[in-house]
Design a protein around this ligand. Structure first.
Ligand SMILES: *Cc1c(COP(=O)(O)O)cnc(C)c1O
Length: 385
């Protein structure tokens, strides 16, 4: 069993995929070929934003957004404590200060109440100026945008939506990567919409920021490639990756339906056994991960080992809250108070999930979880006798 079956996806899409790849190879336009602009238009249409600016990775996409806003030393950027490292890394790369915010124990996303606390504490302390809230649509589920937008408006902060895992999710039909003032995504192969290497994109309705990000991704170009008006980056999406993404985007609606069906099957089987993922009413997840919560670290680690013994892969996303990563532990940043993130790191487990997982495979995973928990209960019963 595969945790995320990219080989099977390739087999399903093979005919169109092989042609797209060979056409890109034959075209000779390997950088910024016409497929890149076509894809950007298709992605902007799908998400519902005025602009899409593709680039070389999801991390670069965050960096391009922060550069467009001139985020720098002395600026505070609020980042959930429970996410992939690069949500905060991009902030630090620009010299700004990430302020870690706790998350909601049920949705895994940034907790609006703690966000408000951390903003007020940052203002009181006066060492850095609040500028941006980075929201993460963790595991595919949109963050609580109604609440976060209110907070952003009250404090005049910008929202940078890190939709690296969220492409395809939505709230009331409005899609992820359209909720930020700038939003970003990643095309890393295992993300909901992945290419065959690294890639990413920025989305915005704002013409000025779009033009700045377009400049920053190409060495700070001005009106031509060889007029450089600012210090930028080399961060473009390859033509061949754009071609691959065009093929995957055509299959995406069907895949989104398939992962939601798979998630419903998991939840129906597991709801009485473990804490299953919570999707608020009106929200749709793109299920980058299907993540359950166990009662404690011993039980979680025991289950993961048991599943491994049964040939079932599982992953701990994430084992360490960002503020306790070595890179941040010694950075002189104050220890933030994020108890929920710390607890989640000890109790979460992500199960095999992808559009091509079968009901038989889901059943096998659920049977194994049931058997493990039953065995634990018996052993626990014996211990207490
Ligand atoms: C994967 C990921 C990124 C980074 O994307 P890359 O394309 O790997 O640079 C950023 N944020 C989150 C939440 C991610 O999951």
């Amino acid at each position: 069993m595969q945790f995320r079956d990219l080989k099977q996806q390739y087999q399903v899409l093979k005919a169109g995929m092989d042609k797209a790849i060979l056409d890109a190879a034959a075209s000779g336009a390997h950088i910024m070929g016409p497929q890149v602009q076509e894809l950007e238009k298709q992605l902007a249409d799908y998400v519902g934003t005025g602009h899409c600016i593709s680039c070389a990775s999801g991390t670069d996409a965050l960096t391009l957004a922060l550069k467009a806003w001139d985020i720098k030393r002395g600026d505070a950027v609020f980042v959930p404590d429970f996410t992939f490292f690069s949500s905060a890394e991009a902030v630090s790369l620009e010299g700004a200060t990430p302020v870690f915010v706790d998350v909601d124990r049920e949705t895994f996303n940034i907790d609006p109440a703690d966000l408000e606390n951390k903003i007020e504490a940052t203002i009181r302390k006066g060492e850095s100026v609040p500028k941006v809230i980075i929201t993460v649509d963790l595991f595919g589920l949109p963050a609580n945008y109604p609440a976060i937008r209110r907070i952003a408006r009250n404090h005049r902060l910008l929202i940078l939506e890190d939709g690296a895992q969220g492409f395809g999710g939505s709230i009331g039909g409005k899609r992820n990567c359209s909720f930020g003032d700038i939003s970003t995504t990643s095309f890393f192969p295992a993300k909901p919409l992945g290419c065959y290497g690294d890639g990413g994109a920025c989305f915005t309705d704002n013409d000025e920021w779009a033009a700045l990000m377009d400049s920053y991704r190409m060495h700070g170009k001005g009106s031509s490639k060889y007029e450089n008006v600012r210090i930028g980056m080399n961060s473009r999406l390859d033509t061949i990756q754009a071609s691959i993404l065009q093929v995957k985007l055509k299959a995406f609606a069907e895949e989104l339906e398939a992962v939601n069906k798979a998630a419903a099957e998991y939840t129906a089987r597991l709801a009485d056994l473990v804490e299953t993922p919570v999707v608020p009413a009106g929200f749709l997840s793109s299920w980058a991960q299907y993540t359950v919560r166990l009662n404690g670290k011993t039980e979680r680690d025991g289950l993961q080992a048991y599943l491994e013994g049964q040939g079932i892969p599982s992953m701990v996303y994430y084992p360490t809250p960002l503020h306790r990563q070595t890179a941040y532990r010694d950075s002189g940043l104050p220890e933030p108070d994020c108890p929920v993130a710390g607890r989640l790191c000890e109790t979460v487990l992500s199960l095999p999930m992808h559009p091509y997982i079968s009901s038989e495979e889901i059943n096998r995973v659920c049977n194994a979880i049931e058997a493990f928990l039953h065995r634990e209960k018996e052993a626990g019963g014996e211990r207490s006798r």
